[in-house]
Design a protein around this ligand. Sequence first.
Ligand SMILES: NC(=O)c1ccc[n+]([C@@H]2O[C@H](COP(=O)([O-])OP(=O)(O)OC[C@H]3O[C@@H](n4cnc5c(N)ncnc54)[C@H](O)[C@@H]3O)[C@@H](O)[C@H]2O)c1
Length: 429
Amino acid sequence: MRLTIIGTGYVGLVTGACFAECGHQVTCVDCDAAKVALLRGGGMPIYEPGLEELVRQNAAAGRLYFTESTKEGVERSDIIFIAVPTPPLPDGSVDLSFMEGVSRDIASHMTSYKIVVDKSTVPVKTGEKVAETIKRYCPAKVEFDVVSNPEFLREGFAVEDFMRPDRVVIGTLSARPVAAMKELYEPFDAPIIVTDINSAELIKHAANSFLALKISYINAISAICEASGANVEEVANGIGMDARIGRRFLNAGLGFGGSCFPKDLSAFIRIAEQLGVPFDLLKEVQRINARQMDRFVKKIADTLWVLKGKKIGVLGLAFKQNTDDVRSSPAIELCRRLLLEGAVLRVHDPKAMDKARPILPEAVFVEDMNAVAEGCDALVVATEWPEFKQLDLERARKALSHPILFDGRNLFDPRELEQLGFIYKSVGR
Ligand SMILES: NC(=O)c1ccc[n+]([C@@H]2O[C@H](COP(=O)([O-])OP(=O)(O)OC[C@H]3O[C@@H](n4cnc5c(N)ncnc54)[C@H](O)[C@@H]3O)[C@@H](O)[C@H]2O)c1
């Protein structure tokens, strides 16, 4: 099939590369000229395991093509995916101007039947608006269908998740595009849910809010564990073995961040309010998340007393492991809070240093994770990169002026660290 993806970011590029890998002819459109030039020249704008290889191979095979022109994208394909940003507005609601702009742009170039598929995360009823907009702005007045096909991939595991999804959701206003959508997803061997467009859109916000809720739940438990002397990992294992609950997303830490959970949660709260059905439970999820960071910063300040002038090593800047994405990263938030208190930072991340440099110009960026602790008063783990488990702890202990380690991701075993002579503080244990 001939496919176009408008928006070549984390979702768009992965979608394009994976569909090309299935043998389709894919055109990736992006308005960022520098990004298109980089991709055309064989470069990669983002880090995602396995993605570079897929992009290179499929571009070389002529199945993956990059352009700045939406017109070209619309002309080249019958199925057009929208994967543009849906960022938050100051009141938490969703900025749909990118969606609206792209819908008009697509409409103005349509001269034959198209399936327009929304992959961006949007409020319920957006598909109806997209359909209205395309109808209004299409001079050729051709037929088209709008489909909601929310994306559930996780950054850091995006290719794997796209190729092996738990389920595929197809929400449509009509039956006509269903066969093509099913054919497209058939190679992934996943359950396909065909539903109405409003339910499809709601599924995405309901899913992300539930996952955020699960993280806040265990983080709230972690505070109770700290107050009572229990161990949050034991509790998570104990409740997670209940098949109705499940162990995933029950890892206490610094709280959730990234470009999706915080914004989707705020959006869902606003959507519910606008529909006249306030969803206060989700406001508590936000409060718990904010409190979790406060508690961790307080733990550092209580231990080190005055932070002004203290040298602190921070391991991890990305919002989670396996990604270079620092958007709304709790690790960056933690760095900012420490800098605000006057601390001096030495920081390291396996993949996110380039993206973090302009955000934290005051910090010293250290290439070798084992050199971060040199001359520091304490070391902090802020992102759950598995390679941090390989840290040379003996060297870190000697390099620190006093061996204090704050583990915001519970990466290390408290007993082991204490045996090595560390003052070790983690979350909920
Ligand atoms: N990142 C994730 O893990 C993830 C997962 C599921 C869903 N989503 C949703 O997918 C959508 C995209 O997210 P993302 O993380 O890929 O964003 P992103 O910022 O990485 O990429 C968006 C791309 O769209 C381009 N763009 C913006 N306006 C455009 C236009 N008018 N024409 C062409 N290109 C345009 C930007 O230049 C950018 O390259 C959002 O709604 C997000 O909530 C993201």
